[in-house]
Design a protein around this ligand. Structure first.
Ligand code: KDG
Ligand code: MG
Length: 402
């Protein structure tokens, strides 16, 4: 089973996606997501200009060896561009292996550990009363867990506050949008939001919140403490993720569970957080976490330290990544929760798939392989459009974390 073709497909059905499609000499195909939001073409080039030619002629069944070949063989290890490219190859090879075996990929990972995958939905509006309406809508659709974000009075645009139920932070154009930030205004306002949500909906629904890397450790400790009465499922990315020992300080002050990892790319990025039990949920995902092979390794390390999974699942992770992630979620013993932001109709049409959402739960495909594909003709109707994630400034104009 040799790889005879490796094709990179860039398409923009409402947002940009990069997909790798591998074909073997016995006619099997496999797909892998290679999307890196706002830096898509860098990964497309890494694949097209450096990896595709190395894949031709390789034995498609040797997934681990191919992973090591691309990781160790680059010399320049890790980093989001490299790891996203490796992830795409790895994911496509798992897809092919599943098709060759006639089994859904979760069977090859050891089979189901659970019947379905609990996902969290998103409520993010400018005002608390609009957020409450959104939470009610999500609960009506069966969600048992909701991430709650709100606009902060005095700040014009902030992370997590969407446009009509569909959140897409990247904007088309030649320059990023600029947002503004005041930690004081945010810290003073957020507890009110959670008081209102608990008041309206009680304690049976799981509530989550994403700080998006904006606080210092002592500020995050203060927020975690202030939110303790509201029993959050998790507080996500309270501080920037580079300084792993920074989380020790948060841990000393609060029992609010902490979730981290959407910008991590390898087991080395999260090793200290996991082994020192500084977090409760690891949020790495298939596309930015080195593929199914590497993500499984991270999740197994996490299991040893009572850290559960909570994979990133924003709209910039394509249906190929979501399909792959659901196979991992259903198989690993230490699954926690999966983020779910539905894709648009145009995206879904370009990526036909058979995973499904029902009553707050998701089910991976039962088809051989991942159960997702890319319709190349449909993809061709949506050419790449340059888009950037926003940048963020403090009110005095200095750059801050977005
Ligand atoms: O590309 C960046 C987004 O995926 C990210 O901002 C979304 O923080 C995010 C989340 O938790 O989904
Ligand atoms: Mg996040």
């Amino acid at each position: 089973m040799r790889i005879v073709d490796a094709k990179v497909i860039v398409t923009c059905p409402d947002r940009n996606f990069v997909t790798l499609r591998l074909t073997t000499d016995d006619g099997l195909t496999g797909v892998g997501d290679a999307t890196l939001n706002g830096r898509e073409l860098a990964v497309a080039s890494y694949l097209e200009d450096h990896l595709c030619q190395l894949l031709i002629g390789r034995d498609a069944s040797r997934i681990e060896d191919t992973w090591q070949y691309l990781y160790k063989g680059a010399y320049w290890r890790r980093g989001p561009v490299t790891m996203t490219a490796i992830a795409a190859v790895d994911t496509a090879l798992w897809d092919i292996k599943g098709k060759a075996a006639g089994m859904p990929v979760y069977q090859l990972l050891g089979g189901r550990s659970r019947d379905a995958v609990t996902v969290y939905g998103h409520a993010g509006s400018a005002t608390v009363s609009d957020v409450l309406e959104e939470v009610a809508g999500l609960l009506g659709r069966g969600y048992r867990a909701v991430r709650v974000q709100v606009g902060v009075p005095g700040l014009e645009k902030i992370y997590g506050v969407g446009r009509g139920g569909f959140y897409e932070p990247a904007t088309a154009g030649a320059r990023p949008d600029e947002e503004s930030w005041s930690t004081a205004k945010y810290l003073n306002f957020v507890p009110e939001l959670f008081a209102a949500v608990r008041d309206g909906f009680g304690y049976d629904v799981h509530l989550l919140h994403d700080v998006h890397h904006r606080l210092t450790p002592i500020e995050a400790a203060r927020l975690g403490k202030a939110l303790e009465p509201y029993g959050l499922f998790w507080l996500e990315d309270p501080i920037s993720e580079e300084l792993q020992e920074g989380f020790r300080l948060i841990r000393r002050h609060t029992t609010t569970p902490i979730a981290v990892g959407e910008v991590y790319n390898s087991i080395w990025d999260c090793r200290q957080l996991i082994t020192e039990q500084l977090i409760d949920y690891i949020r790495m995902d298939v596309v930015h976490g080195g593929g199914i092979t590497h993500l499984r390794r991270v999740f197994d390390l996490a299991a040893l330290y009572h850290v559960r999974t909570g994979s990133h699942g924003a709209t910039d992770l394509s249906p190929v990544c979501l399909a792959a992630g659901l196979h991992v979620d259903v198989a690993v013993p230490n699954f926690g929760i999966q983020e779910y932001m539905p894709h648009t109709d145009a995206t879904n049409a370009v990526f036909p798939h058979s995973y499904r959402f029902e009553d707050g739960l998701m089910y991976p495909s039962e088809e051989p392989g991942l159960g997702v594909d890319i319709d190349e003709e449909a993809a061709a109707e949506y050419p790449y459009r340059q888009a950037y994630l926003p940048v963020n400034r403090l009110e005095d104009g200095s750059m801050h974390d977005w």
